[in-house]
Ligand binder design. Sequence first.
Ligand code: GAR
Length: 210
Amino acid sequence: PCNVVVLISGSGSNLQALIDDLRAGDTPARIQAVISNRADAYGLERARAAGIPAEVLDHKAFDGREAFDAALIERIDGYRPDLVVLAGFMRILTPTFVRHYQGRLLNIHPSLLPRYKGLHTHQRALEAGDAEHGCSVHFVTEELDGGPLVVQAVIPVQADDTPESLAKRVHVQEHRIYPLAVRWFAARRLQLGERGAMLDGQPLPATGHL
Ligand code: GAR
């Protein structure tokens, strides 16, 4: 089976969606551990409730990004992962880390990438007057939020939307597309090729909807 390690920093609702999906389906994947850089991340409780080892690696205990990422790699690799899933992990990762997990590191981002890399994506979509917003799963490369897209989901922006109401509806879609991407990867249908992400041996479009 596909050994998965999930990294979180917060609520862990995407982690929960993965736990529920793997429990319900016949995906050949197992979440071996959940690691948070914050001791107060609610996602740690979700992991424990599901019987998954939940660990904290506090970035503040390290002298710089390189030292933290080296320790994080050591922790993660103890679980021999085939896939590392970033699920609301709010740390920028070093090139060393990203290269180490090349082709087996996925992230979910709350915007229709390549729009709105970084933070405050819902507010920025509203300010821009966008008619559509959404979320993206992508392979992680050294370019922040810039790696090859795997799957996106689109929602219409409504006239009375606030950043909070948008975030809520985007979350519903995140919980749909992240388990899907993990299922594809676990079934060996999804790969990172030389020119981008590949599904069933076919290149995925640089931008695409689901
Ligand atoms: C999600 O909306 C995810 O897309 C976002 O953090 C949230 C985590 O929610 N990730 C990023 O902004 C990455 N830069 P969750 O903890 O409930 O899964």
